[in-house]
Each structure stands twice: as C-alpha cells, then as structure tokens.
Write a new protein. Structure first.
Ligand SMILES: CC(C)(COP(=O)(O)OP(=O)(O)OC[C@H]1O[C@@H](n2cnc3c(N)ncnc32)[C@H](O)[C@@H]1OP(=O)(O)O)[C@@H](O)C(=O)NCCC(=O)NCCS
Length: 219
C-alpha cells in the first residue's frame, strides 16, 4: 500500500499535459470529486441527474475553455486545470460560449439558472488585474484524497510559476482545502461569494512565494 501511495505521489509530482482525448476521463474525475463541493452544491440541480449533468458540463468546459490553453495536468487519479497568465479574460468568443450554454442549463436546472451567472460575475469582478497562473479546478479521485496527491500536483505548476516569477490565484470553494492552499503559499484575500451563496474565498500567491517540494512537469 505504501509503495502504491509513493508511486501515485511520484506520478502527481510529474504530471503529464492533458489533451482533447483526455476530456472524458477528466470529466468523470472532476464530476466525482466536485459532486459534494459546497459551491457546486449551490448551483447544480438537486435531482438524480446531477452527477451526469456535472460530468457533461466538465467535459465541454474542459474541451472548450481550458484544455486548449495547454495547462491541464494529470496523473493517475488526479488532475489540475490551470489557465496560463492572461487566459482568464479570453472567453473564447461567442460560438464557444454558446456551446457551453446547453450543458450549463442542464447542470443548474430551471430553478437555479440565475446562480451560475451570479457566480461568474462575482468571480470576474474580483479577478486580479495583473498576469497570474489561475487554478480553475483541481481534483483527486475521492478514494485517493488525503494521500498527498493534490499537494504534489499543485507543486508541479507552482514551481514553474516561481521559475517565471509569476503569481498564482484561485477561488477556494471548500473550507477543508484552506490548509493545503496555505501550505502551498496562498493567502486568503476575501470572500467573493454572490449574495446567498456559500463562501468562495479568493486566495493569492505572490510571485516566487517559495519552492514547493520536488514536483516537476513531464512535458
Ligand atoms: C482538494 C483536493 C484536490 C486536495 O487533494 P488531496 O490529494 O486530497 O490533498 P493532499 O493529500 O495533498 O493534502 C491534504 C489536504 O487537503 C485538504 N483536503 C481537502 N479535501 C480532503 C479530503 N477529502 N481528504 C483529505 N484532505 C483533504 C486538507 O486541507 C488537507 O490538509 P490537512 O491535512 O491539513 O487537513 C482533493 O481533496 C479534492 O479533489 N477535493 C474535492 C474537489 C475540490 O475540493 N477541489 C478544489 C476546489 S477549490
């Protein structure tokens, strides 16, 4: 078991770059890990269709808005979807936005349709003006959580951010993750949640805060 864990951690410390062909595996991983996330719990429909809607949403979101920027990294049972400096503001244009509309509506259902835009507006309003690496989503398979994979995976990109003297930014949707992010050098700024939503904490990591372990990227 220890050898398995060491191998998984080593894999997470040297993740590979994801491509379009990985979108299926990744969307299942993200859907399983975010099924009970407090913020997704607030925007997603509350019926038995939730898991499948979440998977479909992540599939299209990753393919259209994240994987093309080349900063989604994965290892067995773990993945981190980053956007490189400057990419958050690039919405991909009208046709890409339209493609995401159906999976988004399916995810929220009619009664929660307004929550997603409220969340998106709050996030956009609070994004820092300067360039930074943005951690859009990170997930470890539920059965592998707490073994150190998430920390190793984060370290792989943060080391590169440090080498480029680039800051990093994320929105923490689950108080359980605060300790991990703080250990990686992120500092809580403020709660940016839209009215009525659960806490969503903007966290900033100044450029070259520190080197995090021996993680590296394999491609
Ligand atoms: C957040 C996540 C990526 C962390 O990866 P991980 O491999 O479980 O984390 P590590 O083992 O490297 O680090 C452990 C730390 O992660 C945090 N953590 C979050 N969820 C956890 C879980 N289910 N089990 C154990 N630790 C968890 C804690 O801060 C823990 O630190 P602590 O020991 O001081 O409590 C992973 O738990 C996950 O996929 N969670 C669900 C999706 C999610 O919350 N994504 C991020 C949204 S902002």
């Amino acid at each position: 078991m220890n050898a398995d864990r060491d191998a998984l951690r080593a894999g997470a410390a040297s993740p590979r770059r994801a491509n379009d062909a990985d979108a299926g595996v990744l969307s299942r991983l993200f859907a399983a890990s975010f099924l009970s996330d407090p913020v997704f719990d607030w925007i997603a429909r509350r019926d038995p269709g939730r898991a499948q809607a979440l998977e479909r949403f992540f599939f299209w979101l990753l393919r259209i808005r994240v994987i093309p920027f080349g900063e989604v990294w994965m290892s067995e049972g773990a993945a981190a979807a980053w956007l490189p400096p400057g990419a958050f503001a690039n919405s991909g244009g009208f046709f890409k936005q339209i493609k995401l509309l159906a999976p988004y509506m399916r995810l929220c259902g009619l009664s929660r349709l307004a929550r997603g835009p409220a969340l998106a507006t709050a996030m956009e309003k609070n994004h820092p003006a300067e360039p930074y690496f943005y951690l859009a989503y990170i997930a470890v398979a539920p059965r592998l959580q707490g073994l150190g994979l998430g920390g190793k995976l984060l370290g792989a990109t943060l080391n590169r951010a440090d080498a480029a003297a680039m800051p990093a930014y994320l929105e923490n949707s689950n108080p359980w993750n605060t300790g991990l992010y703080e250990r990686c050098g992120f500092i809580a700024r403020r709660n940016i949640a839209p009215p009525g939503g659960p806490p969503l904490i903007a966290m900033w990591r100044p450029a070259a805060a520190r080197s995090y372990g021996s993680s590296s990227l394999s491609q």
